[in-house]
Design a protein around this ligand. Structure first.
Ligand code: KG4
Ligand code: ZN
Length: 366
């Protein structure tokens, strides 16, 4: 156990955000974010309707040094003041993951500091402890463009997957829906905006896997149903009116909400059966930005007398503060890597579970 204050530099480049952050860990274990720099790449990928791995990888390698420089300078520190270097070493787009890993290895070697490889999903899953000091165990719903899983978080290194998507992640489905309807990317915010004025009942989209027991989810059939609806409207009318777009968005979002709400209800029961002390459900990932879905999930938690929490949006989406936090936590436990650290495209958090078919990592944002 580390009994003195230390600074962690965290690096993240597993998808389309290049990020660096510095955290100060107190002797008590509490951590404070001193800086969190995120350079997004939406503009670089906008023309392609999704993340292009080669473009992402090049942008990461061009920007990671700049992110590090800014993250260290912002709180008035120098590189020599950093005690630990942590980097996402998977899962993610391999060309991108390599940027943070190689940069972290170079820094650790050059500065003679410990190096720690962090699982990106663990970074997301531990964030509620950084932001709200939530006690173990808690139930985490991670929903983003590349991920979708219910995790029982029992310790810094102890995660059980209770369920997840068997094909696409929900963020990917939102992005696809936006693409099919000609709305701007990323699709989540566009679809949510249009859904506000739509009629959720005009189109009845399927609620996949609700008839099956367990907490697994599926979103690909929903996309297909929506495609058919769009094509039928275009055939009949020669195009889509604004009201059609709003009604489709609303019907789609409501279907996602119904599925997530029911599956969360089941996940809470499963979680409490093995972790009766659990009191909290946390949500993270870009889809957690959706007010409608948050409302639906919060209502389910309230029915089950569980508290519901979501980190601030900037820490729900990809960032390096969560990586520095997870890295610092591992450092406190004495779990340090060395120069053999490698980048891993796939790295399930719960190795005891068989891999899900799609694992929610089918989209570009894997
Ligand atoms: O966590 P994130 O920034 O990146 C990764 O996927 O790793 O999540 C981005 C995803 C995108 O698919 C985006 O469409 C979705 O989160 N998203 C939303 C909303 N805002 C972002 N989905 C639904 N509603 C939103 N308001
Ligand atoms: Zn992520």
């Amino acid at each position: 156990m580390i009994d003195k204050e230390f600074h962690v530099l965290g690096l993240e480049s597993s998808c389309d955000d290049t990020a660096a952050a510095v955290l100060r860990f107190e002797t008590s274990g509490r951590a404070h974010i001193l800086s969190s720099v995120v350079m997004g790449q939406n503009a670089l990928h906008a023309a392609y309707g999704g993340v292009v791995p080669e473009i992402a990888a090049r942008a990461h390698s061009e920007r990671i040094d700049l992110c590090v420089e800014q993250a260290v300078k912002l709180p008035g520190l120098q590189l020599k003041d950093v005690d630990v270097i942590a980097a996402t070493s998977g899962p993610g787009l391999i060309g991108g993951v390599l940027s943070a890993v190689m940069c972290a290895k170079g820094l650790a070697k050059g500065l003679g500091k410990p190096l720690i490889g962090v699982n990106h999903l663990a970074g997301h899953a531990l964030t509620p402890r950084l932001t709200d000091d939530i006690a173990f165990p808690y139930l985490m719903l991670l929903v983003s463009g590349g991920h979708c899983q219910f995790l029982a978080v029992k310790g810094p290194n102890d995660f059980s997957r209770i369920g997840g998507t068997i094909d696409d992640a929900p963020g990917e489905a939102f992005d696809t829906v936006a693409r099919l309807l000609g709305l701007p990317q990323p699709g989540g915010p566009s679809v949510e905006q249009w859904a506000k004025t739509g009629d959720p009942n005009r189109f009845k989209f399927p609620r996949p896997l609700l008839d099956r027991s367990g907490c697994d989810m599926s979103f690909s059939g929903l996309k297909t149903a929506l495609l058919r609806t769009r094509d039928a409207l275009v055939d009949a009318q020669g195009g889509l009116y604004d009201i059609d777009i709003a009604d489709i968005c609303s019907g789609f979002q409501t279907a996602v909400g119904d599925v997530m709400a029911e599956k969360l209800s089941r996940a809470i029961k499963e979680f409490l059966a093995v972790s009766p002390m659990g009191q909290t459900v946390a949500i993270a990932g870009g889809v957690a930005a959706n007010d409608y879905l948050r409302g639906r999930l919060a209502a389910i938690c309230s029915n089950h007398h569980m508290s519901f929490t979501a980190p601030p949006l900037a820490l729900c989406t990809d960032n390096a503060a969560m990586i520095a936090y997870a890295g610092g936590t591992l450092y406190q436990l004495g779990q340090v890597d060395d120069q053999r650290l490698s980048a891993r495209p796939r790295w399930p958090l719960d190795v005891a579970q068989p891999a899900l078919l799609g694992g929610g990592k089918k989209g570009a944002k894997a």
